[in-house]
Design a protein around this ligand. Structure first.
Ligand code: CUA
Length: 346
């Protein structure tokens, strides 16, 4: 009877614990994992300190619980009167004051220099500077003076060269957000107003790293995603050169009709497409929309067939309710023309 009840009580938690432990066996736990495999110097340090604290905590747990079990088992029989009193036992007092102090010291000693290292970018002089502006619910990335006098502005996808330090200045256009790329580093609050936080990152190897907003900022907080694409220095240079000359205006066909609709339906009042009369500043800059991997800050894939863009333009409120882009009530034909135009922007 008792045994049956015990089995019933323990089986659920045991299975849950087992599944957590088994999940820990995989090398990588997905694109947001930062304690399995990471790709940046700062993330590496964060991973190290996390495991250090987990092991230290586990050691304390084993010792404390071991002593507890020992005491329970050894002194399980009732005694007559009071057990031996230890009040004022000098050796014991010194022991249980010193040991916790040493444990705290073991945490503080590696933690303090590590924390300061997060504030001090390596190779500050050679760093690539970017400005990150958070909006409900998407991200703008600017490369000010990437060549003298020219700034590149993109949305939801930050490209960086491998091995080079990137110093990001963070600001928000509305509420508090938080910038976090688990595999590279972070997370740092993005504040509205005058205070601009800074953060540095670097990527050891080329790849696509996922970033999320890590501070609740409204209904679509969970859909405020971005990607960091780390590429070789040469590829990055080529990308910068391509971005400095805006894509040509389409001259004919469906894309041309899309280009005209972009103005006629008012899209250009909110979005900028460089090299065109469309210079709106409310929504994301769409100059390189055709090369972006996602639509709506990570909500839909920006597939070559334009399915994702189609769904978004047809009714952005159905895809990401509450975002600032209204449902324009466009016909399927108009949406197809706009998709054809936006896909040319690369
Ligand atoms: Cu922005 Cu959460």
């Amino acid at each position: 009877m008792l045994r049956q009840r015990l089995t019933r009580i323990t089986i659920g938690p045991s299975l849950a614990l087992l599944s957590v432990l088994v999940a820990g066996c995989t090398q990588s736990m997905g694109p947001m994992d930062w304690i399995g495999s990471v790709a940046g110097e700062q993330a590496e340090a964060q991973r190290w300190i996390t495991w250090y604290l987990i092991y230290l905590g586990a050691a304390v747990f084993v010792v404390v619980e071991g002593l507890l079990l020992y005491a329970i088992l050894k002194f399980r029989r009732p005694v007559e009167g009071l057990p031996p009193q230890v009040h004022g036992h000098r050796a014991l007092e010194i022991f249980w004051t010193t040991v916790p102090a040493l444990i705290v010291l073991a945490i503080v000693v590696p933690m303090v220099p590590l924390t300061f290292s997060f504030a001090q970018p390596p190779d500050e002089a050679g760093a690539l500077r970017v400005e990150v502006v958070a909006y409900q619910w998407w991200w703008e990335f600017r490369y000010p003076d990437i060549v003298p006098g020219r700034t590149i502005t993109v949305a939801n996808e930050l490209r960086i060269p491998v091995g080079r330090t990137v110093i990001a200045t963070l600001s928000s256009a509305d509420v508090i957000h938080s910038f976090w790329v688990p595999k590279l580093g972070g997370k740092v609050d993005v504040l509205p107003g005058r205070q601009k936080n800074q953060l540095w990152l670097n990527a050891r190897e080329p790849g696509e790293y996922y970033g999320w907003c890590a501070e609740f900022c409204g209904t679509q907080h969970a859909q405020m995603r971005f990607r960091v694409k780390a590429m070789s220095a040469a590829e990055f240079e080529a990308w910068v050169r391509a971005r400095l000359s805006p894509p040509p205006e389409p001259k004919e066909g469906l894309a041309r009709r899309g280009f005209e609709l972009f103005g006629a339906r008012g899209c250009g009042a909110c979005h900028t497409i460089e090299g065109t009369p469309y210079q709106g500043k409310i929504g994301p800059n769409l100059t390189n929309m055709g090369e972006r991997s996602t639509v709506g800050a990570g909500v839909l894939e920006n597939d070559p067939e334009g399915e994702g863009l189609f769904r978004w333009l047809k009714n952005p409120q159905a895809v990401k309710p509450g975002n600032k882009m209204p449902n324009l009530g466009l016909s399927d034909d108009d949406v197809r023309a706009l998709v054809a135009y936006l896909r040319t922007l690369k």
